[in-house]
Design a protein around this ligand. Structure first.
Ligand SMILES: Cc1cc2nc3c(=O)[nH]c(=O)nc-3n(C[C@H](O)[C@H](O)[C@H](O)COP(=O)(O)OP(=O)(O)OC[C@H]3O[C@@H](n4cnc5c(N)ncnc54)[C@H](O)[C@@H]3O)c2cc1C
Length: 293
């Protein structure tokens, strides 16, 4: 479990970071919190020659409110900052919940938002609510930048759309719609730090009557190689008055859409049952919360 030799760089501004990653190419890796990267290096799954530590770059840090337009979260923002942000709690409750469930206090203090999406683990905590909330990622290099919906950035287990010489610099979240609420939940095998067997986020918008579903996104994690956006649940609920019978139908539909595998953490069968339980629970929680907005 020893690290192989590497050369360490700590750029102080974005331009310097882009120049380094462009020059050092595929022999370099970005170091954010290191909570995934250093384990992979210790286990010799990867042996980068260069590490580019992005923690001292101010442009990649922090959470900014864009009143009426949404919010921006820098890629190197720590998970604990998101967990304790009053802005995130008020506007993006599902992300607040997920940040508070990631690992332990020690892990959340080191780990970053960008690292959680770039590592692209199917069981990752924050991509699920980010996709439900409609987040986009900004990918930038020495030659320019582009934006992608997060669901198009995460391509599979440890696969992303990050191009050569690119860094993920920030997440852009849209302003929540009026009468909307988001909720996140997960099931693991024990109450303490563990990897999620299933996680899920719901983002629900109501019409002015306070009962009819205007818009809905339900996203599942850990039941497919990448965050899975339900197609059937919105088709069952949108345009209809929210009621228990429709929620039951929606929960069964989500269960049918999930494509889980059996592994050391749970069987595929158990995961499918959990999808139905979480869908039922989170749809009710988000509906009740949206009625109170
Ligand atoms: C004990 C323990 C418990 C954990 N529990 C959980 C959990 O409950 N839920 C969960 O989701 N995760 C968990 N993790 C995994 C890990 O903490 C998270 O995935 C974390 O968010 C990774 O962020 P990081 O900043 O540490 O990334 P790093 O380890 O620094 O980087 C991860 C990968 O992303 C790349 N990268 C990082 N930032 C960027 C960027 N801005 N642009 C381009 N590439 C980038 C790196 O090069 C590397 O390939 C746990 C880890 C440990 C050690």
């Amino acid at each position: 479990m020893f690290l192989s030799d590497f050369e360490y760089f700590a750029p102080k501004e974005a331009g310097e970071a882009f120049a380094l990653i462009g020059r050092l190419g595929s022999n370099a890796r970005v170091l954010a919190g290191g909570t995934d990267l250093l384990l992979m290096m210790k286990e010799k799954m990867i042996e980068p020659q260069y590490l580019i530590d992005i923690n001292a770059v101010p442009e990649f840090q922090g959470i900014s409110d864009l009143p009426g337009k949404g919010a921006v979260i820098g890629a190197a923002t720590k998970i604990s900052e998101v967990e304790y942000s009053p802005l995130v709690k008020e506007k993006y409750f599902a992300l607040h919940q997920a940040a508070g469930e990631l690992g332990s206090v020690q892990v959340r203090t080191m780990a970053t938002m960008g690292g959680n999406s770039c590592h692209a683990s199917p069981a990752a905590e924050t991509p699920t609510p980010l996709v439900a909330l409609g987040a986009k990622v900004v990918l930038a290099s020495a030659t320019g930048e582009r934006q992608l919906p997060l669901e198009e950035f995460i391509l599979g287990n440890r696969k992303t759309g990050l191009g050569e010489g690119e860094l993920l610099t920030k997440f852009i979240l849209p302003e929540p719609a009026p009468r909307s609420a988001s909720r996140y939940g997960y099931i693991g095998l024990r109450g303490a730090m563990e990897i999620d067997a299933v996680n899920m986020a719901v983002n629900l918008v109501l019409e002015t009557d306070g009962r009819t579903v205007k818009d809905l996104r339900l996203v599942m994690g850990s039941v497919s190689p990448r965050p899975l956006i339900s197609v059937e649940v919105p088709s069952i609920l949108v345009g209809k008055q929210f009621d228990d019978a429709l929620v039951e139908e929606a929960a069964a539909a989500a269960c049918g859409e999930a494509k889980p595998i059996s592994d050391i953490r749970a069987s595929a069968e158990y995961r499918r049952e959990v999808v139905a339980v979480l869908a039922r629970r989170l749809l009710h929680e988000a509906f009740n919360a949206a009625q109170e907005v």
